[in-house]
Design a protein around this ligand. Structure first.
Ligand code: PEP
Ligand code: MG
Length: 574
């Protein structure tokens, strides 16, 4: 028996046989030089392949909508737009002409170049790499070559654990849902397109696993999506343990399906607030029937990235208005722009050295780019006119000075709006701060005196406490999602919030793990904000839980000092 540790992006347990899936372009991809007189013929082949790939992509978009939802369809529509991009076509045809090479060779080289550029950046761009791999494979596939396939025949006919270097959206959709027991990959991420699709299959999904040295077609493995581990050739005791877990899990799922419309309560009837994190607009399409308690974190970054200039006040106004109107009865915490080094658009870049000297985030970014924030706040205030559900959330607030910086932007924006004589929300807006630096934890009581609620941003809080960059360090020991330091800080924040009688909402990714909820409830947390795709799982977990009575649970937990022991603690003690 061998235990491989990775990072879970979707929980659940699966037991079954490995089937490897290869995303690599077939080694037989023809590479040859062409003569000048053959250039028009190659350009023609490229045209034909593009048309075929577009038709196929269009079909995939429709299939995605039929089998999954609109969000899935939009992923393929985005691919279509990329395939239609004139710049891409110019680049490939330019290469055919300049280097006098065959069309599929040129397609591959252009995409390899994109992939290399994004590989050189931080892991935040992994998502883009997956997209490039997928589009490249589609386009090359359209030249009637093979790209992307199972390496064992069982994958086509029976349920298997799909093991691959990475997932791509087309690959996920091409595999029959009934035939997937789990996904295990080497590269991945919480938010990439393929992960979003794979989550909708409702199976465990783990990345960060060294595949080449450990897994092969036909091997018997267990995928523990809750603990982020893959167990190869389990012994009898472990196998039996997981059989029992799978049975309990299935029973729980059935029970939760019946109670789908019920509001989130623990077994003993304690009402828990369960809100949603919205990071891309499309997520709003899936929330209509959910019994959620509001939007706990609207990441406005999605409006600012992947474009050449900042969105206008008007564009933002329309967007915020629509979001607030999704359900006017439910609070929406709109976070002001939180641009970090990992998500900084071009127009925001300072000279290189400066960007590396400082983390251009939160209040620092406000001081450097006040106009961008004034515009955003003006749009927000206008969108809030006539509404009662607008709440504002300040990112990366470390002390009272930072809070003041954000508040000054509101003062300035209101003054301008008055001069412009436009309608806007002129009352007291509920204000919250993200607690995501150790300094904010130390200042939490003072901050609580000033604001209406706080959100715990555990993703950043962990990286700033452990000096471990969240992007690169996900698989390293220091950026360990349930590090006792983080839990201890969360306990301090929660206690301070309860003393002040103000809401403390946990909205970092740590809240996506069902198995940690006994600990969260024990420390007194009663409000959570999770990804749309995790809402049902978390609600289900809460409905099956009693608030633990063990007073020493946290004390015991803080004494554990190894990552492995923490995992065991969650398996055995809770
Ligand atoms: C966090 O840091 O935990 C958080 C929720 O904010 P983001 O992930 O957007 O930085
Ligand atoms: Mg953060």
């Amino acid at each position: 028996m061998k235990v491989l540790k990775g990072i879970s992006v979707s929980s659940g347990i699966a037991k079954g046989k490995v089937c490897l899936y290869s995303n690599e372009v077939d080694e037989s991809l023809p590479h040859y030089q062409i003569k000048d007189k053959h250039i028009p013929k190659e350009l023609n082949r490229l045209d034909e392949a593009r048309i075929a790939a577009r038709t196929e992509m269009d079909e995939m978009a429709q299939l995605a909508e039929r089998q999954l939802d609109k969000e899935a369809r939009d992923i393929f529509n985005a691919y279509l737009a990329f395939l239609n991009d004139k710049g891409l076509y110019k680049k490939i045809s330019g290469l055919i002409k300049k280097r006098k090479i065959n069309a599929e060779h040129a397609v591959n080289d252009v995409f390899e170049e994109y992939i290399k550029i994004f590989q050189a950046k931080d892991s935040h761009f992994n998502e883009m790499i997956n997209d490039f791999v997928d589009i490249r494979n589609r386009l090359i596939g359209a030249f009637n070559l093979t790209s992307g396939k199972f390496k064992c025949t069982t994958g086509e006919t029976e349920p298997v654990i799909v093991v691959s270097e990475r997932l791509t959206p087309s690959m996920v959709l091409n595999i029959q849902k009934e035939n997937v027991l789990a996904f295990v990959t080497e590269h991945g991420g919480f938010t990439n397109h393929a992960t979003i699709l794979a989550r909708s299959y409702g199976v465990p999904n783990i990345y960060g696993i060294d595949i080449a040295d450990n897994l092969d077609c036909g091997m018997e493995i267990i995928v523990d999506g809750s603990m982020g581990k893959v167990i190869v050739s389990p012994d009898e005791k472990t196998g039996n343990y997981y059989d029992r877990k799978i049975e309990t899990f299935e029973q729980k799922k059935k029970y939760c399906l019946i109670k789908k419309d019920h509001e989130p309560k623990t077994k003993e009837g304690m009402r828990i607030k369960l809100k949603l994190n919205i990071s891309i607009l499309e997520e709003l399409n899936a929330i209509e029937d959910m019994p959620y308690d509001g939007i706990g974190l609207l990441r406005t970054e999605f409006l600012f990235v992947r474009r050449d200039d900042a969105p206008s006040e008007e564009e933002q106004y329309e967007m915020y208005k629509n979001i607030l109107q999704t359900d006017p009865e439910k609070p929406v915490s709109i976070r002001l722009l939180d641009i970090g080094l990992d998500k900084m658009p071009e127009y925001f870049k300072l000279i290189e050295e400066m960007a590396h000297e400082i983390e251009l985030r939160g209040a620092v970014a406000v001081e450097v780019f006040p106009d961008i924030y004034i515009n955003q706040v003006k749009a927000l205030l206008r969108a809030g006119a006539g509404m009662t559900n607008l709440q504002v959330l300040y990112p990366m607030v470390s002390d009272l000075h930072d809070l003041e910086t954000f508040r000054n932007i509101f003062k300035k924006a209101r003054k301008i709006l008055r001069q412009e004589k436009v309608e806007f929300y002129d009352g007291n807006i509920k204000e919250g701060v993200m607690i995501e630096t150790p300094s904010a934890v130390m200042m939490v009581e003072e901050l609580l005196e000033e604001v209406d609620f706080i959100n715990i941003g555990s993703n950043d809080l962990l990286q700033y406490s452990m000096a471990a960059f969240r992007g690169e360090s996900m698989v390293e020991d220091r950026y360990h999602i349930l590090h006792p330091t983080l839990v201890k800080m969360m306990e301090i924040i929660t206690k301070a919030g309860r003393k002040a009688g103000k809401e403390v909402c946990l909205c970092g990714e740590i809240a996506f793990f069902e198995e940690f909820y006994p600990l969260f409830l024990q420390m007194g947390l009663r409000s959570f904000s999770v990804a749309v795709t995790k809402f049902n799982d978390i609600k289900c977990e809460l409905m099956n839980l009693n608030i633990p009575k063990n007073e020493d649970m946290l004390k015991d937990f803080y004494k554990i000092h190894s990552k492995e022991k923490i995992r065991e603690y969650f398996i055995e003690k809770i």
